[in-house]
Design a protein around this ligand. Structure first.
Ligand code: GDG
Length: 728
């Protein structure tokens, strides 16, 4: 088995391939992610997989590029022009990008583009599979590859897969608009650990996974059939020292001096983004226009340095935006401009790194007001570059970075008045105050830098893998099952402890509609009649119901978690005698208060317990009310000797000391069995698993954590297993 390696996957490789005469040269990217992951993908056998950034037609050229990239620890996935058109420009940039940035009016629903998206993700999966082994760790990046984690999971069921989403994850209300929402979610859930820039992005993802794909979650853990997946906010940082050093680099200083000479002495505000409608450039320009209108004293004294980096210029919306920006700049410059002063210095191009250093040094104020941004790194770079700790950052609340940089002047980018006043306040802010805020922001950006981000990502992914192992019950494989059957056959005395709902029969929205079918009655009866067997059905159900459903066959019954018991052929015995009157009325009143506020819920009254059912309540609302009700019940009745049990879409209030574990133990002691089989599906069954000896065959039904030794998939498998034991 080769040594485990790490594979980074992103749509675009961190390299620029240029033609130099007859040969190709490979220029590494200076982007933050590439720098941070440099020490990782260049190490040992690790690699970075992605599209090399240009179309290479001939096989000979592709082979040359593949060889060249190999030396850089990279592996290419070549995309055709058709794929670039439909997958990249189409689905990525005209469907997912606008949807995830809340530009619903721009979403393109072309099915062909979706098909290309699936095909390209599949192409990545196949390329990656060529270099991958089960022990490797994969880190997939961003919205272009949302389907990839599940495709890789299919090929490598146990592999570690991390995923990071660089753009926002929208609210469920928006995400659900996409026709391919379910496939996208299932794709992402192929990962073990999913990182987002903010808590809100994570929350939106969890809510979509729950509501659209039906997976339950608790905290930030999502329970799939066979795995626990963790979603987490992990805001991306920058290489702080690189920006701090660049700002004082002689070349940046020289550039600043050069620019200054041509610009004159006026104060500067910086606006720097890729050309994108999510960045809010036109609104920013309108606010600048209004600033000059409202505060004429800034005319000839303040200019806006507007850097717009070309991006996606083949997409019509981007072309229209470019025209809008050009027009606005023209309008403002012609309205206020003087021979000696230009209000907006506008550049539509990309600059070398040292030019960035000069821009960050020169500008007293940075105006970063995207209408929606996953994180926004420019604002962090500005902060890191402020050597003297002066300068003011105006930052949109809609950028992920706003969650960390609360010392910036935070604005709602659509509130023009607020942005104008923020500009005014920034230009007036005393240096001492600027320094106070800047120092705090620098400390944050320095601490939560890109290197700690990468380190934390891998640590968290590893932690999830450990969690999955600790929570895994061993699947009751064919081999284990025959071991179980052999032990059953060779034992003189055998005890079967069986939960009812979710174990012997499937759940139903109406709890009364779960009566046993003929086949079940036949098998249980046959098992119970065997002289070596004791069969006990241990349920939370009312004793009347259990009696009605199972009273005609010779099984022993334990009802209401142990309040009632009945040996086969005998009458019901009540095991405790709590004061039903007082607490029933009081707790019933509380539960009914929640029923009134939560459609789809109801209260079931048992002789010694009360159950609040929320299976039919709106997803999310039911869980929220459950938490409220649980804490209220605990608060009001906990000290009076009551416990609140958390079951499958129910909570049950009952006197302490009564639980299925106690009943299971009583039967275990009394039966003196050499073989015990215990089957159950929910948290109340865990008490049984815990109370039995280690040698017992405890089996958890369905997914999730458990104290049981084994796990099986569902009711059908339980029924097959019981059938196997009949007549043995
Ligand atoms: C996506 C998400 C998230 C800009 N102009 C030049 C230049 N840049 C560099 C900046 C910065 C980067 O480009 C832009 O990063 P942002 O984070 O601001 O924005 P997106 O490109 O939209 O990135 C975003 C990010 O992913 C990371 O997860 O923060 O929310 O949309 O580093 O310095 N670099 C050079 N010349 C330029 O002219 N060399």
């Amino acid at each position: 088995m080769p040594a485990p390696k790490t594979i980074i996957v992103s749509n675009r490789l961190p390299v620029r391939i240029e033609k130099d005469g007859d040969s190709l040269t490979y220029k590494p990217s200076e982007g933050g992610l590439a720098t941070a992951l440099g020490s990782i993908y260049k190490d040992g056998d690790n690699i970075w997989v992605g599209w090399p950034g240009a179309s290479f037609e001939s096989d000979a050229l592709k082979a040359e590029v593949t060889e060249g990239l190999k030396k850089e620890s990279m592996r290419p996935v070549f995309l055709t022009d058709d794929e670039l058109d439909k997958f990249y420009l189409g689905f990525c940039n005209q469907t997912l990008w606008p949807a995830f940035h809340y530009f619903l009016q721009y979403i393109d629903y072309t099915q062909e583009n979706w098909e290309s998206y699936v095909a390209v993700n599949q192409k990545f999966a196949e390329a990656i599979a060529e270099y991958t082994n089960e022990g490797d760790t994969l880190w997939v990046h961003d919205y272009q590859l949302l389907l990839l984690p599940a495709m890789l999971r299919k090929k490598f069921p146990k592999i570690s897969i991390g995923f990071f989403q660089h753009i926002p994850f929208p609210s469920y209300e928006v995400f659900r608009i996409l026709p391919w929402r379910r496939e996208l979610l299932e794709g992402m859930l192929g990962a073990d650990y999913l990182g987002f820039h903010t808590y809100d992005d994570m929350r939106h993802f969890l809510s979509s996974a729950h509501r659209l794909a039906g997976y339950p979650y608790s905290g930030n853990q999502i329970q799939l059939e066979d795995r626990t997946v963790v979603a987490d906010p992990l805001p991306m940082g920058i290489d702080y020292d690189k920006y701090a050093d660049n700002a004082v680099h002689p070349e940046s200083i020289e550039r600043e001096e050069r620019y200054r000479k041509s610009l004159g002495p006026q104060r500067l505000m910086l606006s720097m983004d890729r050309l994108d409608y999510s960045k809010g450039i036109p609104r920013r320009l309108q606010a600048f226009d209004e600033l000059l209108e409202r505060y004429p004293e800034y005319r000839e004294k303040v200019s806006l340095l507007l850097i717009v980096v070309p991006s996606r210029d083949q997409v019509p919306n981007y072309q229209a935006l470019k025209e809008q920006v050009d027009e606005l700049v023209g309008k403002i410059n012609s309205k206020y401009g003087r021979m000696s002063w230009v209000p907006i210095h506008y550049f539509y191009r990309s600059y070398p790194f040292t030019a960035l250093g000069a821009f960050y040094r020169m500008c007293d104020v940075a105006v970063i007001t995207p209408v929606r941004d996953g994180m926004n790194l420019v604002c962090k770079e500005y902060v890191a570059s402020r050597e003297k700790q002066d300068g003011v950052l105006i930052l949109s609340e809609m950028a992920g970075a706003a969650k960390e940089l609360s010392d910036a002047i935070l604005v709602n980018p659509t509130d023009e008045n607020q942005v104008v006043e923020a500009m005014h306040r920034a230009l007036q802010m005393p240096v001492e105050e600027q320094k106070q805020h800047m120092a705090t922001m620098q400390a944050t950006v320095r601490k939560y830098n890109i290197f700690s981000w990468v380190e934390l990502f891998f640590e968290n992914l590893e932690r999830v893998k450990r969690l999955q192992v600790s929570m895994r019950t061993v699947a009751l494989s064919a081999e284990k099952r025959s071991e179980l059957v052999n032990s059953f056959q060779s034992a003189k005395k055998r005890l079967l402890l069986l939960d009812y709902d979710g174990t012997l029969v499937n759940f139903h929205n109406d709890p009364q509609a779960c009566a046993p079918d003929e086949a079940l009655l036949k098998d249980l009866s046959a098992l119970a009649k065997h002289p070596k067997n004791e069969v006990v059905v241990i349920s939370g159900r009312k004793h009347e119901t259990l009696g009605k459903w199972l009273g005609s066959i010779p099984v022993h019954l334990v009802a209401e978690h142990g309040v009632w018991s009945r040996e086969a052929g005998k009458g019901w015995e009540k095991n405790i005698d709590a004061d039903a009157e007082g607490w029933h009325a009081e707790a019933g009143e509380i539960m009914n208060f929640y029923v009134d506020r939560t459609p789809g819920t109801f209260v079931e009254t048992k002789s010694n317990s009360l159950v609040w059912h929320y299976r039919k309540a709106e997803k999310g609302l039911g869980e929220m009310r459950k938490s409220e009700l649980t804490s209220q019940l605990k608060h009001m009745l906990g000290e009076r000797g009551f416990q609140v049990l958390d079951g499958d879409h129910v909570i049950e209030l009952k006197p302490e000391g009564i639980n299925k574990g106690r009943s299971a133990k009583l039967w275990q002691d009394a039966a003196n069995a050499e073989f015990t089989l215990c089957l159950g599906d929910d948290t109340t069954d865990e008490d049984m698993f815990k109370s039995l000896p280690k040698t017992a065959f405890t089996v958890k039904v369905g997914p999730g954590t458990s104290h049981a030794r084994f796990g099986i998939d569902g009711v059908k498998d339980v029924r097959d297993l019981l059938s196997l034991l009949v007549d043995k």
